[in-house]
Design a protein. Structure first.
Length: 407
Protein backbone atom coordinates (compact mmCIF):
# COMPACT_ATOMS: atom_id res chain seq x y z
CA UNK A 1 0.00 0.00 0.00
CA UNK A 2 2.84 2.35 0.88
CA UNK A 3 4.43 1.71 -2.53
CA UNK A 4 1.16 2.48 -4.31
CA UNK A 5 0.80 5.79 -2.45
CA UNK A 6 4.42 6.63 -3.18
CA UNK A 7 4.04 5.84 -6.88
CA UNK A 8 0.88 7.92 -7.13
CA UNK A 9 2.65 10.78 -5.39
CA UNK A 10 5.57 10.52 -7.80
CA UNK A 11 3.18 10.52 -10.75
CA UNK A 12 1.37 13.62 -9.47
CA UNK A 13 4.70 15.35 -8.87
CA UNK A 14 5.74 14.49 -12.42
CA UNK A 15 2.48 15.90 -13.77
CA UNK A 16 2.85 19.13 -11.80
CA UNK A 17 6.43 19.57 -12.96
CA UNK A 18 5.27 19.03 -16.55
CA UNK A 19 2.58 21.70 -16.17
CA UNK A 20 5.16 24.08 -14.66
CA UNK A 21 7.52 23.47 -17.59
CA UNK A 22 4.73 24.12 -20.10
CA UNK A 23 3.67 27.31 -18.29
CA UNK A 24 7.25 28.60 -18.28
CA UNK A 25 7.55 27.84 -22.02
CA UNK A 26 4.38 29.80 -22.71
CA UNK A 27 5.58 32.72 -20.55
CA UNK A 28 8.84 32.72 -22.50
CA UNK A 29 6.78 33.11 -25.68
CA UNK A 30 8.22 30.04 -27.36
CA UNK A 31 7.00 29.44 -30.92
CA UNK A 32 4.16 27.03 -31.64
CA UNK A 33 6.52 24.36 -32.97
CA UNK A 34 8.39 24.31 -29.64
CA UNK A 35 5.15 24.05 -27.67
CA UNK A 36 4.07 21.06 -29.75
CA UNK A 37 7.45 19.42 -29.10
CA UNK A 38 7.14 19.95 -25.33
CA UNK A 39 3.63 18.50 -25.41
CA UNK A 40 4.84 15.54 -27.46
CA UNK A 41 7.80 14.88 -25.12
CA UNK A 42 5.69 15.17 -21.96
CA UNK A 43 3.18 12.55 -23.03
CA UNK A 44 5.73 10.26 -24.60
CA UNK A 45 8.60 10.35 -22.10
CA UNK A 46 7.06 11.43 -18.79
CA UNK A 47 3.79 9.48 -19.03
CA UNK A 48 5.07 6.72 -21.28
CA UNK A 49 2.14 6.97 -23.72
CA UNK A 50 2.69 4.26 -26.35
CA UNK A 51 0.85 5.84 -29.28
CA UNK A 52 -0.20 9.45 -29.90
CA UNK A 53 -1.77 11.56 -32.63
CA UNK A 54 -2.78 15.18 -32.01
CA UNK A 55 -5.13 16.82 -34.52
CA UNK A 56 -5.50 20.62 -34.36
CA UNK A 57 -7.84 22.90 -36.29
CA UNK A 58 -6.05 25.55 -38.35
CA UNK A 59 -7.54 26.24 -41.76
CA UNK A 60 -8.26 22.49 -41.69
CA UNK A 61 -7.69 19.62 -39.27
CA UNK A 62 -3.98 18.75 -39.33
CA UNK A 63 -1.92 16.27 -37.31
CA UNK A 64 0.64 18.22 -35.23
CA UNK A 65 2.18 15.42 -33.15
CA UNK A 66 2.49 11.69 -33.83
CA UNK A 67 4.55 8.83 -32.46
CA UNK A 68 4.49 5.08 -31.93
CA UNK A 69 1.96 4.31 -34.67
CA UNK A 70 2.24 1.98 -37.62
CA UNK A 71 0.56 4.57 -39.88
CA UNK A 72 1.96 8.04 -40.52
CA UNK A 73 -0.87 10.23 -39.21
CA UNK A 74 0.81 13.41 -40.46
CA UNK A 75 -0.49 12.30 -43.87
CA UNK A 76 -3.89 10.97 -42.77
CA UNK A 77 -6.87 13.37 -42.67
CA UNK A 78 -9.11 13.40 -39.61
CA UNK A 79 -12.24 11.34 -40.20
CA UNK A 80 -15.49 13.35 -40.12
CA UNK A 81 -17.20 10.97 -37.70
CA UNK A 82 -15.03 12.37 -34.86
CA UNK A 83 -15.96 16.03 -35.35
CA UNK A 84 -19.16 16.02 -33.27
CA UNK A 85 -17.68 14.11 -30.31
CA UNK A 86 -17.26 16.30 -27.22
CA UNK A 87 -16.50 13.69 -24.54
CA UNK A 88 -13.70 11.21 -23.89
CA UNK A 89 -14.45 8.25 -26.12
CA UNK A 90 -13.09 4.70 -26.01
CA UNK A 91 -12.82 3.73 -29.64
CA UNK A 92 -12.79 -0.06 -29.28
CA UNK A 93 -14.47 -1.60 -32.33
CA UNK A 94 -15.78 1.69 -33.76
CA UNK A 95 -12.61 2.15 -35.81
CA UNK A 96 -12.27 -1.27 -37.40
CA UNK A 97 -10.79 -1.08 -40.90
CA UNK A 98 -9.62 2.48 -40.09
CA UNK A 99 -6.09 3.75 -39.36
CA UNK A 100 -7.52 5.19 -36.14
CA UNK A 101 -8.10 1.61 -34.94
CA UNK A 102 -4.54 1.79 -33.56
CA UNK A 103 -5.84 3.93 -30.69
CA UNK A 104 -7.95 2.98 -27.71
CA UNK A 105 -8.98 6.46 -26.54
CA UNK A 106 -9.86 9.85 -28.05
CA UNK A 107 -9.91 13.02 -25.92
CA UNK A 108 -11.51 16.19 -27.37
CA UNK A 109 -9.90 19.44 -26.23
CA UNK A 110 -12.53 22.12 -25.60
CA UNK A 111 -12.35 25.86 -25.03
CA UNK A 112 -15.49 28.03 -24.65
CA UNK A 113 -17.69 25.34 -26.22
CA UNK A 114 -15.41 25.07 -29.24
CA UNK A 115 -13.29 22.04 -30.10
CA UNK A 116 -9.65 23.03 -30.54
CA UNK A 117 -8.15 19.58 -30.96
CA UNK A 118 -8.52 15.82 -30.69
CA UNK A 119 -5.93 13.68 -28.88
CA UNK A 120 -5.77 10.02 -29.92
CA UNK A 121 -3.98 7.76 -27.43
CA UNK A 122 -3.05 4.14 -26.86
CA UNK A 123 -1.44 2.69 -23.75
CA UNK A 124 -2.79 5.07 -21.16
CA UNK A 125 -2.13 2.44 -18.50
CA UNK A 126 1.01 2.98 -16.49
CA UNK A 127 3.20 0.49 -14.62
CA UNK A 128 5.14 2.02 -11.72
CA UNK A 129 6.95 -0.19 -9.27
CA UNK A 130 5.03 -3.24 -10.50
CA UNK A 131 1.65 -1.54 -9.91
CA UNK A 132 -0.56 -0.95 -12.95
CA UNK A 133 -3.13 1.87 -13.05
CA UNK A 134 -4.79 4.33 -15.41
CA UNK A 135 -3.01 7.52 -16.31
CA UNK A 136 -5.25 10.36 -15.18
CA UNK A 137 -6.95 11.67 -18.34
CA UNK A 138 -7.72 14.87 -16.43
CA UNK A 139 -4.04 15.72 -16.57
CA UNK A 140 -3.88 14.99 -20.31
CA UNK A 141 -6.91 17.23 -20.85
CA UNK A 142 -5.39 19.99 -18.71
CA UNK A 143 -2.03 19.79 -20.46
CA UNK A 144 -3.66 19.76 -23.89
CA UNK A 145 -5.92 22.66 -23.02
CA UNK A 146 -3.08 24.83 -21.68
CA UNK A 147 -0.92 24.19 -24.74
CA UNK A 148 -3.67 24.62 -27.31
CA UNK A 149 -5.25 27.73 -25.78
CA UNK A 150 -1.78 29.31 -25.77
CA UNK A 151 -1.33 28.37 -29.43
CA UNK A 152 -4.83 29.66 -30.24
CA UNK A 153 -3.95 32.98 -28.59
CA UNK A 154 -0.83 33.16 -30.76
CA UNK A 155 -2.99 32.62 -33.85
CA UNK A 156 -5.38 35.38 -32.77
CA UNK A 157 -2.45 37.73 -32.12
CA UNK A 158 -1.06 37.02 -35.60
CA UNK A 159 -4.50 37.61 -37.10
CA UNK A 160 -4.78 40.97 -35.33
CA UNK A 161 -1.33 41.96 -36.58
CA UNK A 162 -2.28 40.98 -40.13
CA UNK A 163 -5.50 42.97 -39.86
CA UNK A 164 -3.60 45.99 -38.55
CA UNK A 165 -1.03 45.70 -41.34
CA UNK A 166 -3.81 45.34 -43.90
CA UNK A 167 -5.57 48.40 -42.50
CA UNK A 168 -2.34 50.41 -42.75
CA UNK A 169 -1.78 49.16 -46.28
CA UNK A 170 -5.27 50.27 -47.26
CA UNK A 171 -4.67 53.74 -45.82
CA UNK A 172 -1.43 54.10 -47.80
CA UNK A 173 -3.08 52.81 -50.98
CA UNK A 174 -5.98 55.24 -50.54
CA UNK A 175 -3.54 58.13 -50.26
CA UNK A 176 -1.68 56.98 -53.38
CA UNK A 177 -4.92 56.57 -55.31
CA UNK A 178 -6.28 59.94 -54.16
CA UNK A 179 -3.36 61.75 -55.79
CA UNK A 180 -3.95 59.98 -59.11
CA UNK A 181 -7.16 61.86 -59.80
CA UNK A 182 -7.07 65.43 -61.18
CA UNK A 183 -7.96 68.10 -58.62
CA UNK A 184 -10.04 70.21 -60.99
CA UNK A 185 -12.05 69.36 -64.08
CA UNK A 186 -13.33 71.99 -66.55
CA UNK A 187 -17.03 72.76 -66.39
CA UNK A 188 -17.83 75.72 -68.63
CA UNK A 189 -20.28 76.61 -71.41
CA UNK A 190 -18.29 74.85 -74.17
CA UNK A 191 -16.63 71.97 -72.32
CA UNK A 192 -17.93 70.07 -69.30
CA UNK A 193 -16.03 67.18 -67.69
CA UNK A 194 -17.32 65.28 -64.67
CA UNK A 195 -16.02 62.22 -62.81
CA UNK A 196 -17.42 60.10 -59.98
CA UNK A 197 -15.65 57.45 -57.97
CA UNK A 198 -17.29 54.94 -55.61
CA UNK A 199 -14.56 53.00 -53.79
CA UNK A 200 -15.05 49.43 -52.74
CA UNK A 201 -13.90 48.50 -49.17
CA UNK A 202 -10.63 47.25 -50.67
CA UNK A 203 -8.41 49.48 -52.77
CA UNK A 204 -8.67 48.90 -56.46
CA UNK A 205 -6.72 50.42 -59.29
CA UNK A 206 -9.26 52.63 -61.03
CA UNK A 207 -7.91 55.77 -62.66
CA UNK A 208 -9.30 58.58 -64.79
CA UNK A 209 -7.76 61.77 -66.10
CA UNK A 210 -8.31 64.93 -68.10
CA UNK A 211 -5.11 66.41 -69.56
CA UNK A 212 -5.07 69.63 -71.61
CA UNK A 213 -2.54 69.30 -74.45
CA UNK A 214 -2.72 72.72 -76.11
CA UNK A 215 -5.27 75.39 -76.87
CA UNK A 216 -7.30 73.08 -79.12
CA UNK A 217 -6.67 69.57 -77.81
CA UNK A 218 -7.25 67.62 -74.62
CA UNK A 219 -6.94 63.97 -73.58
CA UNK A 220 -9.52 61.95 -71.69
CA UNK A 221 -8.69 58.55 -70.25
CA UNK A 222 -10.04 55.90 -67.94
CA UNK A 223 -8.25 52.75 -66.75
CA UNK A 224 -8.45 49.80 -64.39
CA UNK A 225 -5.49 47.73 -63.14
CA UNK A 226 -5.82 44.09 -62.14
CA UNK A 227 -5.20 43.35 -58.47
CA UNK A 228 -5.81 45.31 -55.27
CA UNK A 229 -3.96 47.13 -52.52
CA UNK A 230 -0.61 48.87 -52.59
CA UNK A 231 0.83 46.97 -55.61
CA UNK A 232 -2.13 48.01 -57.77
CA UNK A 233 -2.02 51.59 -56.50
CA UNK A 234 1.73 51.90 -57.12
CA UNK A 235 1.45 50.41 -60.62
CA UNK A 236 -1.32 52.83 -61.50
CA UNK A 237 0.69 55.71 -60.02
CA UNK A 238 3.63 54.81 -62.30
CA UNK A 239 1.18 54.49 -65.18
CA UNK A 240 -0.18 58.00 -64.57
CA UNK A 241 3.32 59.48 -64.37
CA UNK A 242 4.32 57.77 -67.64
CA UNK A 243 1.17 58.95 -69.41
CA UNK A 244 1.60 62.57 -68.33
CA UNK A 245 5.24 62.51 -69.41
CA UNK A 246 4.43 60.98 -72.80
CA UNK A 247 1.61 63.41 -73.60
CA UNK A 248 4.10 66.28 -73.25
CA UNK A 249 6.31 64.61 -75.85
CA UNK A 250 3.75 63.51 -78.43
CA UNK A 251 0.05 63.61 -79.18
CA UNK A 252 0.26 60.45 -81.31
CA UNK A 253 -2.05 58.19 -79.32
CA UNK A 254 -0.74 54.93 -80.81
CA UNK A 255 2.82 55.82 -79.81
CA UNK A 256 1.63 56.64 -76.30
CA UNK A 257 -0.22 53.32 -75.96
CA UNK A 258 2.75 51.30 -77.25
CA UNK A 259 5.11 52.99 -74.80
CA UNK A 260 2.69 52.55 -71.89
CA UNK A 261 2.41 48.86 -72.70
CA UNK A 262 6.20 48.52 -72.58
CA UNK A 263 6.42 50.40 -69.26
CA UNK A 264 3.72 48.24 -67.60
CA UNK A 265 5.36 45.03 -68.74
CA UNK A 266 8.70 46.24 -67.37
CA UNK A 267 7.23 47.32 -64.03
CA UNK A 268 4.76 44.48 -63.39
CA UNK A 269 6.70 41.65 -65.08
CA UNK A 270 3.47 40.26 -66.50
CA UNK A 271 1.86 39.79 -63.07
CA UNK A 272 -0.64 42.64 -63.58
CA UNK A 273 -2.29 44.20 -66.59
CA UNK A 274 -4.23 47.39 -67.21
CA UNK A 275 -7.35 47.99 -69.27
CA UNK A 276 -7.14 51.48 -70.71
CA UNK A 277 -9.12 53.84 -72.87
CA UNK A 278 -7.71 57.15 -74.11
CA UNK A 279 -9.10 59.71 -76.55
CA UNK A 280 -7.81 63.03 -77.84
CA UNK A 281 -10.36 65.59 -79.01
CA UNK A 282 -9.46 68.55 -81.23
CA UNK A 283 -11.86 71.51 -80.97
CA UNK A 284 -10.56 73.10 -84.15
CA UNK A 285 -10.57 70.02 -86.37
CA UNK A 286 -13.68 68.55 -84.68
CA UNK A 287 -12.03 65.13 -84.52
CA UNK A 288 -11.78 62.45 -81.87
CA UNK A 289 -8.98 59.89 -82.11
CA UNK A 290 -8.97 57.07 -79.57
CA UNK A 291 -7.55 53.68 -78.61
CA UNK A 292 -9.40 51.15 -76.47
CA UNK A 293 -6.93 48.74 -74.82
CA UNK A 294 -9.23 45.99 -73.54
CA UNK A 295 -11.42 48.39 -71.57
CA UNK A 296 -15.21 48.42 -71.38
CA UNK A 297 -16.21 50.34 -74.53
CA UNK A 298 -17.24 53.89 -73.60
CA UNK A 299 -20.42 55.33 -75.11
CA UNK A 300 -20.39 58.32 -77.46
CA UNK A 301 -23.55 60.20 -78.40
CA UNK A 302 -23.81 62.97 -80.97
CA UNK A 303 -26.83 64.51 -82.62
CA UNK A 304 -25.92 63.27 -86.14
CA UNK A 305 -25.12 59.62 -85.39
CA UNK A 306 -26.85 58.83 -82.12
CA UNK A 307 -25.24 56.38 -79.71
CA UNK A 308 -22.18 54.26 -80.54
CA UNK A 309 -19.52 52.26 -78.72
CA UNK A 310 -15.84 53.17 -78.85
CA UNK A 311 -14.30 49.71 -79.17
CA UNK A 312 -11.43 50.00 -81.65
CA UNK A 313 -7.91 49.60 -80.31
CA UNK A 314 -5.90 46.71 -78.92
CA UNK A 315 -5.72 44.17 -76.12
CA UNK A 316 -4.96 44.87 -72.44
CA UNK A 317 -1.67 46.57 -71.64
CA UNK A 318 1.13 44.73 -69.86
CA UNK A 319 0.60 41.23 -71.26
CA UNK A 320 2.31 41.28 -74.68
CA UNK A 321 5.35 43.02 -76.13
CA UNK A 322 4.87 44.15 -78.79
CA UNK A 323 1.10 44.49 -78.88
CA UNK A 324 -0.36 41.89 -81.27
CA UNK A 325 -2.45 44.55 -83.05
CA UNK A 326 -3.25 48.24 -82.65
CA UNK A 327 -6.03 50.13 -84.43
CA UNK A 328 -6.94 53.75 -83.86
CA UNK A 329 -10.53 54.86 -83.83
CA UNK A 330 -11.00 58.11 -85.76
CA UNK A 331 -14.21 60.16 -85.75
CA UNK A 332 -14.62 63.32 -87.81
CA UNK A 333 -17.17 66.14 -88.00
CA UNK A 334 -17.77 65.92 -84.27
CA UNK A 335 -18.94 69.36 -83.27
CA UNK A 336 -20.99 68.36 -80.24
CA UNK A 337 -21.06 65.11 -78.27
CA UNK A 338 -21.52 63.37 -74.96
CA UNK A 339 -18.82 60.92 -73.94
CA UNK A 340 -19.42 58.40 -71.14
CA UNK A 341 -16.63 56.11 -69.85
CA UNK A 342 -16.82 53.68 -66.94
CA UNK A 343 -15.10 50.75 -65.25
CA UNK A 344 -16.59 47.26 -65.08
CA UNK A 345 -17.70 47.76 -61.46
CA UNK A 346 -20.71 49.62 -62.90
CA UNK A 347 -22.07 47.09 -65.40
CA UNK A 348 -21.14 44.08 -63.24
CA UNK A 349 -22.93 45.43 -60.16
CA UNK A 350 -25.51 42.87 -58.96
CA UNK A 351 -28.76 43.13 -57.03
CA UNK A 352 -30.22 40.75 -54.44
CA UNK A 353 -31.39 38.39 -57.22
CA UNK A 354 -27.90 38.16 -58.71
CA UNK A 355 -28.91 40.17 -61.80
CA UNK A 356 -26.21 42.39 -63.32
CA UNK A 357 -26.80 46.09 -63.94
CA UNK A 358 -25.60 45.43 -67.48
CA UNK A 359 -24.80 47.49 -70.54
CA UNK A 360 -28.38 47.65 -71.88
CA UNK A 361 -29.65 49.41 -68.78
CA UNK A 362 -26.74 51.84 -69.05
CA UNK A 363 -27.50 52.54 -72.74
CA UNK A 364 -31.09 53.46 -71.90
CA UNK A 365 -29.94 55.77 -69.10
CA UNK A 366 -27.50 57.63 -71.34
CA UNK A 367 -29.93 57.88 -74.27
CA UNK A 368 -32.68 59.31 -72.07
CA UNK A 369 -30.35 61.87 -70.46
CA UNK A 370 -28.32 63.26 -73.39
CA UNK A 371 -29.80 66.71 -73.01
CA UNK A 372 -28.58 67.02 -69.44
CA UNK A 373 -25.16 68.08 -68.24
CA UNK A 374 -22.63 65.50 -66.98
CA UNK A 375 -23.24 66.36 -63.33
CA UNK A 376 -26.96 65.72 -63.62
CA UNK A 377 -26.28 62.52 -65.57
CA UNK A 378 -23.96 61.27 -62.84
CA UNK A 379 -26.51 62.07 -60.15
CA UNK A 380 -29.17 60.12 -62.05
CA UNK A 381 -26.85 57.14 -62.55
CA UNK A 382 -25.76 57.10 -58.90
CA UNK A 383 -29.38 57.13 -57.81
CA UNK A 384 -30.24 54.39 -60.32
CA UNK A 385 -27.45 52.01 -59.25
CA UNK A 386 -28.18 52.61 -55.57
CA UNK A 387 -31.82 51.64 -56.13
CA UNK A 388 -30.87 48.71 -58.36
CA UNK A 389 -28.39 47.05 -55.97
CA UNK A 390 -30.92 47.07 -53.10
CA UNK A 391 -28.89 46.04 -50.04
CA UNK A 392 -26.18 44.17 -51.98
CA UNK A 393 -22.71 45.53 -51.25
CA UNK A 394 -20.50 46.89 -54.00
CA UNK A 395 -18.18 44.12 -55.19
CA UNK A 396 -15.72 46.43 -56.99
CA UNK A 397 -14.80 50.08 -57.41
CA UNK A 398 -17.04 52.08 -59.74
CA UNK A 399 -15.56 54.93 -61.74
CA UNK A 400 -17.42 56.96 -64.34
CA UNK A 401 -16.09 59.78 -66.51
CA UNK A 402 -18.23 62.03 -68.68
CA UNK A 403 -17.43 64.78 -71.12
CA UNK A 404 -19.87 67.03 -72.97
CA UNK A 405 -18.82 69.38 -75.77
CA UNK A 406 -21.44 71.88 -76.94
CA UNK A 407 -21.23 73.70 -80.30
Amino acid sequence: MEDIIKNKYELKELELNSLLEVTQAINNNLPEESLYKIYHFTLRANLNIKKLALYVLDDRWDCKANHGTDANFYQIPLEEKFLDIQEITYLESSCENSPFGEFETMIPVMHKNSILAFVFLDGIRKRIGGIEGDVDTTFIQALSNIILVAIENKKLARKELRQEAFKKEMEIAKDVQKYLFPENLPYGPRLKVEASYLPHHTIGGDYYDYIPINRNQFLLCIADVSGKGIPAAILMSNFQASLRTLIRQTSNISTIVEELNYQILENAKGENFITFFAAIYDHKLKTLVYVNAGHNPPLLYDSKNGLRFLDMGTTVLGSFQPLPFLNEGFITDLDDFLFFGYTDGLTELRNNSGEEFGIERLEKLITSNVEKGPREIHQDIMQEIDTFREDTAYSDDITILSCKVDP
